[in-house]
Design a protein around this ligand. Sequence first.
Ligand SMILES: [Zn+2]
Length: 338
Amino acid sequence: MSDATLPPPPDPGEKLPADAAEAVLAEAATAVDGLADPEAFAPLDHPRRLLLVHAHPDDETIGTGATMAKYAAQHALVTLVTCTLGEEGEVLVPELEHLAADREDGLGQHRIGELAAACEALGVRDHRFLGGPGRWRDSGMMDTPANARPDTFWQAPFDEAVRELVAVVREIRPQVVITYDDNGGYGHPDHIQAHRVATAAFDAAGDPSYEPGVGEPWQASKLYHTAFPKSVLQAGIDQLKASGETNFFGADSAEDLPIGTPDDQVTTEVDARDWLEAKTAAMRAHKTQIEVDGPFFALSNNIGQRAFGVEYFVLARGERGPGAGPQGREDDLFAGLD
Ligand SMILES: [Zn+2]
């Protein structure tokens, strides 16, 4: 191509030809779209930032999936930290049984993919493994050989695990952190350890004397524990009974079960029923773990959309915000903070 084919440079005072003006407008529109795109924002540009600390891939979806999807859709930064790869999980898909810990021990790697797919379904882009993928292994249930392995999260050097999480807290500066209660919800060692590490990191991250080399101090405002109210559990048992199911963990009453939170302790209720579809899709993504037509899903369906799309929390640290929800509960994790 010769210079002769190039148009002469425009006179600064000259009006742009129509097609050139259109091109400029299109370019400007694209730039504006970019600004409106939450992904174009740096993490700290999100006014609301939520950090969830979970033990295994699938816990985020079962316990908090609808909440995560709701806040992500509302352009909060939602960061998920998962502490293990869930290597010791049971494999519910027969053709993938060879991945199990007592066979090829390849389940952890497989679950990285399941978690990524689940996060995509939830609209959550920032998910990490504590210390990097595979740093700590699923601890299995208490008093099993898996639990005694030195590479498990249960046996992890506590200070190192806390430091890893403090680095994340100081990087993304969440106002709200979510983890389990001190029994890990139901006593699994990794859930208990996640609770301990998250609680210690919540406090340490704001302490200027703690690891000054690991980011600027940041004190999150609220720490929540996930909760499953006894009344919701009871409603599930009643529904199962009504449908002819007789064996619900061998219990007749929610009071007899070692799980569930007394209703009067529940401080916060997030109604995320509009994100039920995202939660269900994320459950399907955890194919090796959740039998979508199995008892867990049946239970969820039996309790109905309410139990499944409404998620409950107990405020453990920080100031309770105004309660616009049922029974004066907070209906927003950020209540009182904006
Ligand atoms: Zn778990």
